[in-house]
Design a protein around this ligand. Structure first.
Ligand SMILES: C[S@@+](CC[C@H](N)C(=O)[O-])C[C@H]1O[C@@H](n2cnc3c(N)ncnc32)[C@H](O)[C@@H]1O
Length: 237
C-alpha cells in the first residue's frame, strides 16, 4: 500500500499565475459540486479514456514511470494510476486547487493507496523529483501556453526523460508558422489565436523549439480528439 502524495514545489522563478484561465482557485464547495471537471474542459470520460488508450497503443506498460504534465484534476490521471504499478504516476500542475480535486477523485475511485505523486509547479522544473520518466504526456496544455512557456516545458522534460523516453503533447494546428489569423477548428468549434489562449501553432514551430531544447519532434497528427487537437511526440535528439 502506498499513500498518494500532494507536494507543493514553489522554487519556480516564473510567475505564470494569471496567464490563462487556470489561475482560478476552486474552493471545497466547488470541488464537492464537481466544478473542477468543467474547469479543465469537461468531456471527462471521453478525453480521459482517449489519452489512456493512446498511451497504451504507444506501448505504455504497468512498470513504466509516467509524468502527466498539466495533469489538472486527473481526467487522464485516474486511468493511468489504475493501470500503472504503485508509485509510477506523477502529475504536475500549476493549479493547487485542481491537484486537491485530483486527490479527491483518487479517493472516490478507491485509488488513494496507489502511490500517485501530485506536484504543484509552474515552471516545468521536474528535477527535484529526482527520477526519470519512460513516458510523459501533456493533453490540452500547450493549447493554453505561450511559445516561451512551451520552450521551458520542453527544456524541463528533456531533463527528466529517460534515454528512450517519449513525451506526447497535444496542440491546435495552424496551416503555416506565424499564422496570425484566428482559426475555427472542427469538430468542436474551438477558435484559436496565434498569441491568445487558446493558442494554435504550426508543427514546425514546435519542432524548432524542441531542437533548441535538444529534442526531436515527430508529428502524429489526428488521434481522434473530439475538439480536433493534434498530437506530437518528442524524443531525445
Ligand atoms: C485543459 S486542462 C487539461 C488537464 C489534463 N491534462 C486533462 O487532460 O484533463 C490544462 C491544464 O494545464 C494546467 N497548466 C496551465 N499552465 C500550466 C503550467 N505553466 N504548468 C503546469 N500546468 C499548467 C492547468 O492548470 C490545467 O490543469
Amino acid at each position: 500500500m502506498q499513500t498518494c502524495l500532494l507536494l507543493s514545489h514553489q522554487t519556480a522563478s516564473l510567475d505564470m499565475a494569471g496567464i490563462n484561465n487556470y489561475a482560478q482557485d476552486l474552493d471545497d464547495a466547488d470541488l464537492q459540486r464537481g466544478t473542477h471537471r468543467e474547469l479543465i474542459g469537461g468531456l471527462w470520460d471521453e478525453i480521459g479514456d482517449l489519452q489512456y488508450h493512446f498511451l497504451r497503443d504507444q506501448g505504455l506498460k504497468p512498470s513504466m514511470a509516467l509524468l502527466d504534465v498539466g495533469c489538472g484534476c486527473l481526467r487522464g490521471g485516474l486511468h493511468f494510476v489504475r493501470y500503472l504499478q504503485p508509485g509510477r504516476y506523477v502529475g504536475a500542475d500549476i493549479n493547487a486547487s485542481l491537484l486537491r480535486a485530483g486527490m479527491l477523485e483518487l479517493q472516490h475511485a478507491g485509488l488513494q493507496d496507489r502511490g500517485a505523486t501530485l506536484i504543484q509547479t509552474a515552471a516545468f522544473d521536474f528535477r527535484s523529483l529526482g527520477r526519470t520518466f519512460d513516458m510523459a504526456i501533456a493533453v490540452s496544455v500547450f493549447t493554453h501556453l505561450f511559445f516561451n512557456h512551451i520552450g521551458r516545458c520542453l527544456q524541463g522534460i528533456k531533463q527528466v526523460l529517460s534515454d528512450s523516453g517519449v513525451f506526447y503533447a497535444t496542440f491546435f494546428t495552424a496551416p503555416s508558422p506565424l499564422h496570425l489569423e484566428p482559426i475555427s477548428h472542427q469538430p468542436g468549434g474551438i477558435v484559436t489565436a496565434y498569441d491568445k489562449d487558446p493558442f494554435h501553432c504550426h508543427p514546425q514551430e514546435l519542432a524548432q523549439l524542441a531542437a533548441w531544447a535538444g529534442l526531436e519532434a515527430e508529428l502524429i497528427g489526428d488521434w481522434a480528439h473530439p475538439r480536433a487537437q493534434q498530437m506530437i511526440a518528442f524524443r531525445h535528439a
